[in-house]
Design a protein around this ligand. Structure first.
Ligand SMILES: Nc1nc2c(ncn2[C@@H]2O[C@H](COP(=O)(O)OP(=O)(O)OP(=O)(O)O)[C@@H](O)[C@H]2O)c(=O)[nH]1
Length: 308
């Protein structure tokens, strides 16, 4: 008889390190020869992160909506489809940064999947500095807290440059919301997983209807996707992204004046990083912004003013 496929959910606020963690976990899975598929969910129309998934890994993208609300049914269908099409040991599901884990957990434990898969673990990443500095609205804090509450494994990430006494404070604070989870304190989601740390089957009934699972609706999160029509100067582009108010996350592909090639760029919590793509497949220069009160026309005009 076929073994049940493990479902592992990765949650955590925008930019906290889910994709970085996923890459590490996939490397590890590859080393031990397990058969893995990935489902990526993005609230925007474009998935930038899919470009970092190893080539032969089956991947499904759920775009332009959050699994935890509008496309919950699609997730169940995609899981079922993957399991029918491939022999899989596990499916990793990367949620959007604004997703509430509960609804994703429900989609993963849907009646249609019983016998074929089971929810093995919910992993939540937290940006240590962002948590400590508390530069966030009450609603945002609530969302992050909910992501922590439902985790089996919590990765306190982005600890580079953060004082160890502050890290201890963050850990102690987070433990107040979930004392049963396993904890890792990491930079670039560098973890060494012990297998049974993921081994916690969920009892979904205990989670139902305790709170508002659609808390992010009141955050007025919007995404704006724009093609980047010219090369840009690295510093001007970085400065522009960093000064934008209520911008939680930016990512995409860009070509720079200074250096040839295509670059993946990432803005998370005030830090912009450019990474040259080793292989350019179908990537076109594109900008994805996620934040509150973003106006597409304003962004379009600001962007064109920094074209070279
Ligand atoms: N300095 C630092 N940067 C990190 C760390 N972890 C991840 N990053 C970088 O932060 C950026 C965002 O990381 P991702 O792994 O894409 O974050 P994410 O949670 O998947 O982001 P979304 O899917 O957009 O919500 C990338 O440029 C990462 O390389 C860390 O521990 N320290």
């Amino acid at each position: 008889m076929k073994n049940k496929t493990e479902l592992i959910i990765l949650t955590g606020f925008l930019g906290s390190g889910k994709s970085t963690l996923l890459q590490r976990l996939l490397q590890k899975e590859q080393q031990i020869g397990r058969r893995i598929a990935v489902i990526m969910n993005e609230i925007g129309k474009v998935s930038v992160d899919s470009a970092s998934i190893p080539e032969k890994t089956p991947i499904r993208e759920l775009l332009n909506g959050c699994i935890c609300c509008s496309i919950q049914g699609d997730l169940t269908v995609q899981i079922k489809g993957l399991i029918e099409q491939y022999e899989l040991d596990a499916i990793y599901i990367e949620a959007t940064g604004v997703a509430h884990p509960l609804e994703i957990m429900n989609a993963c434990t849907h009646m249609q999947l019983i016998g074929a898969s089971y929810l093995k673990s919910v992993i939540t990443t937290v940006h240590a500095k962002q948590w400590f500095e508390k530069k966030m609205s009450i609603k945002l804090k609530k969302l992050m807290t909910e992501q922590i509450r439902f985790a089996d494994l919590i990765i306190i990430n982005h600890i580079d440059g953060v004082d160890s006494s502050i890290i201890r404070e963050v850990e102690a604070e987070i433990k107040q919301f979930n004392e049963n989870a396993h904890f890792y304190v990491t930079s670039f989601a560098s973890i060494q997983l012990v297998t049974n740390e993921l081994d916690k089957q969920k009892d979904r009934l205990t989670y139902e209807a305790e709170f508002d699972a659609h808390i992010h609706h009141s955050l007025h999160i919007r995404t704006v996707n724009l093609p980047i029509l010219s090369t840009v100067e690295r510093v001007a582009f970085t400065n522009w992204l960093c000064q934008k108010d209520q911008l939680y996350r930016a990512k995409g592909f860009v070509q720079l004046n200074e250096t040839p090639g295509m670059f993946l760029f990432n803005l998370s919590y005030g830090e912009v990083v450019f990474e040259r793509l080793k292989k350019v497949n179908k990537q076109q220069p594109i900008l994805v912004l996620i934040g509150e009160r973003l106006e597409k026309e304003v962004i379009e005009s600001e962007l064109s003013s920094i074209y070279a």
